[in-house]
Design a protein around this ligand. Structure first.
Ligand code: IPM
Ligand code: MG
Length: 363
């Protein structure tokens, strides 16, 4: 099969980890006889430096002309001045919004061989296998008004948490469908004791749940969810939440997996498996640019490599190919290969490219 992939490495460790995903893609095309045509495009801080624009039109075109997008990370201290009016992060936010990628799937799995890489006690980590579904094109990230201004009584800033009924319903529906394909448990995260948008969210969750009588729906306040994620993580199956809540909870959940560097994600504009998945989807690790280790060759490429596996499975229907990547990751971890971030249990500490090599070598 032929497929075209837009490759957007971005800033910091983005290019380091994406290079390893490409290595793995080559291994997959060699073994399974596919032809992936890769087109690299610019995004983020580097692109601001060159063109004054974190998402140049050319990048948008490359994305639109592709079957899927492989994204690294954007941002960094160089572009962090809060008075700047253009930011690297605007690039990825604009792609998510313009392609309608409202459903962000963030699976959180604990590899048995990494149980001792997490700072949490092993007994809390056994059986952890959850999927966090983060709403990605609405909520606090995108609501208007969103601005800063000066008044006679000082500076002001506002962000708005706004959702339409349609936006809430479609993400919840994806949550219920995903739960149907798993352990049939859905935890809907909100803050309904304080937020009006959350009260609407909860009301709609109850309405949609009538169509999914087999799914056990639980409502959980976001602050409580943050605690339960550490106290009883194996209890979660699918978690569905507002954009910002999902952003925060998945960084927290990554501690279960041993490191931020482990978690992949898929951003879709439609239910996975539905015939509209011909639409372009985006795949990225949940981590950021890690400026402190950028260019040092020590970043963990597994989150990006597992995102590539999600791309093969969800965008191209290549289940065996995706399995081969996931098994390769599992086996190198059980053989003791570790990047620095997951090396608390000792193991054989390798750099980014070596980790990519050993994974690609097992495909
Ligand atoms: C993520 C990141 C992004 C987000 C940033 C880089 C804009 O933290 O993908 O989780 O907040 O969505
Ligand atoms: Mg984040």
């Amino acid at each position: 099969m032929k497929a075209s992939i837009a490759v957007l490495p971005g800033d910091g460790i983005g290019p380091d980890v994406v290079a390893e995903s490409i290595k793995v893609l080559h291994a997959v095309s060699d073994r399974f006889g596919h032809e992936f045509s890769l087109k690299t495009a610019e995004i983020g801080g580097g692109s601001i430096d060159k063109y004054g624009d974190p998402l140049p039109q050319k990048t948008v075109e490359t994305c639109n002309d592709s079957d899927a997008i492989l994204f690294g990370a954007v941002g960094g201290p160089k572009w962090d001045d809060p008075t700047n009016n253009v930011r690297p992060e605007d690039g990825i936010l604009a792609i998510r919004k313009s392609l309608g990628l409202f459903a962000n799937l963030r699976p959180v799995k604990v590899y048995p061989s990494l149980i001792n890489s997490s700072p949490l006690k092993p007994e809390f980590l056994e059986g952890v296998d959850m999927l966090v579904l983060r709403e990605l094109t609405g909520g606090l990230y995108f609501g208007k008004p969103k601005k800063r201004w000066n008044t006679s009584r000082g500076r002001r800033g506002v962000d708005t948490l706004k959702y339409t009924e349609r936006e809430i319903e479609r993400i919840l529906r994806v949550g219920f469908e995903l739960a149907m394909g798993r352990r049939k448990k859905l935890a809907s995260v909100d803050k309904q004791n304080v937020l009006e948008s959350s009260r609407l969210w909860r009301e709609i969750a109850v309405e949609v749940s009538h169509e999914y009588p087999e799914v056990e729906l639980e409502h959980i306040l976001v602050d409580n969810a943050a605690m339960q994620l550490i106290r009883n993580p194996a209890n979660f199956d699918v978690i569905v939440s507002e954009n910002t809540f999902g952003d925060i909870l998945t960084d927290e959940a990554s501690v279960l997996a041993g490191s931020m560097g482990m978690l992949p994600s898929a951003s879709l504009s439609t239910l996975p498996g539905s015939n509209r998945t011909k639409k372009v989807s985006l795949y990225e690790p949940i981590h950021g640019t890690a400026p402190d280790i950028a260019g040092k060759g020590i970043a963990n490429p597994i989150g990006s490599i597992l995102s590539t596996a999600m791309m093969l499975r969800l965008s191209f229907g290549m289940a065996d190919e995706a399995d081969s990547i996931e098994s390769a990751v599992e086996s190198v971890l059980s053989e003791g290969y570790r990047t620095a971030d997951i090396s608390a249990d000792g193991g054989d500490v390798v750099g980014t490219t070596q980790m990519g090599d050993v994974i690609a070598g097992q495909i």
